[in-house]
Design a protein around this ligand. Structure first.
Ligand SMILES: Nc1ncnc2c1ncn2[C@@H]1O[C@H](COP(=O)(O)OP(=O)(O)OP(=O)(O)O)[C@@H](O)[C@H]1O
Ligand SMILES: [Mg+2]
Length: 263
């Protein structure tokens, strides 16, 4: 049985326009994905194709005016906004795309410690260890979120979510933009290591080249629909294994692609 199954998910928003007339938008029309134990699924697609909304729908953190259709199953159990609560931050960890998820008024070391298991001294030790592991200085912990650079922020967000010992699924929404190459490799290696320990990983990213270093499969989103789901190995230099026109176009339009052709 797959760890996570999303079948035909749709998300609409009930909105009010000027003059209070109501209208409905449907940015997600039909998304279907599957992640097995220990598998890394890269989710790629243009900005606005619905990647973050998928993550938010799974985590049950869509705004109140969202209308969700289709089904989401975790280990065979249907999950919705209510039942996700028993998994959220426990079996299912989430690394959000937006820094708004950090409390602006709390020092970052305390935000990381909140989610850690153990008594206070153990949590402090673990937080300091995580900071070291992700190339953050001990003194960085005393900073407030607004004092961090984009890359530091990503690393702090990353440490806040790698934490529960019973995590079975990690959803990482763009964990790598704005970070240095060394930190990028660290994040990718970390995701690979946790997948190797049997945890399923959904890696949402624009950085297809980096994702391919660790992904088993790639799911391609376009305008709120899943248009392709293929093994990562299909993304070979010339894209000849890519049958889907949109996926091939996406692959060929990468700047790195022409570079790879040239060597
Ligand atoms: N609360 C909302 N109300 C109405 N529309 C929304 C809401 N949140 C997102 N959308 C719309 O849903 C679509 C998908 O948004 P989403 O954030 O999932 O994109 P994305 O694929 O994550 O993009 P990016 O790569 O830029 O992060 C967008 O067109 C966005 O405008
Ligand atoms: Mg997004």
């Amino acid at each position: 049985m797959p760890l996570l199954q999303v079948n035909n998910l749709s998300v609409s928003f009930d909105q009010y326009g000027r003059g209070l007339e109501r209208f409905v938008t449907t940015p997600i029309r039909s998304l279907s994905i599957e992640i097995g134990k220990g598998e890394i699924l890269a989710v790629v697609g243009a900005s606005g194709s619905g990647k973050s909304l998928l993550a938010h729908a799974i985590m049950g953190i869509l705004p109140a005016n969202a209308i969700v259709g289709g089904e989401i199953k975790f280990k065979g159990n249907l999950i919705d906004e209510r039942s996700i609560k028993k998994y959220r931050g426990k079996q299912i960890a989430f690394i959000p795309q937006s820094v708004n998820y950090l409390d602006p008024s709390m020092k970052v070391k305390n935000q990381v410690r909140i989610g850690l298991p153990g008594i206070k001294s153990e949590r402090i030790e673990k937080q300091e260890h995580l900071f070291e592991k992700f190339g953050l200085k001990k003194s960085d912990g005393d900073l407030y979120p607004f004092e961090l650079s984009g890359g530091m922020m990503r690393r702090v967000l990353f440490t806040t979510s790698m934490i529960s010992p019973d995590t079975e699924l990690v959803i990482a929404d763009e964990p790598t933009p704005g970070i240095h190459r060394s930190a990028l490799d660290l994040v990718l290696n970390q995701l690979k290591t946790i997948a190797d320990s049997g945890i399923g990983v959904m890696l949402i990213t624009h950085d297809i080249i980096s994702a391919l270093k660790i992904a088993d499969r790639v799911s391609v989103f376009k305008d709120g629909c899943t248009v392709d789901d293929i093994p990562a190995s299909f993304f070979s230099a010339d894209g000849e294994s890519l049958e889907n026109e949109y996926t091939r176009m996406l692959w060929k339009s990468l700047p790195e692609h022409s570079f790879m052709e040239a060597i």
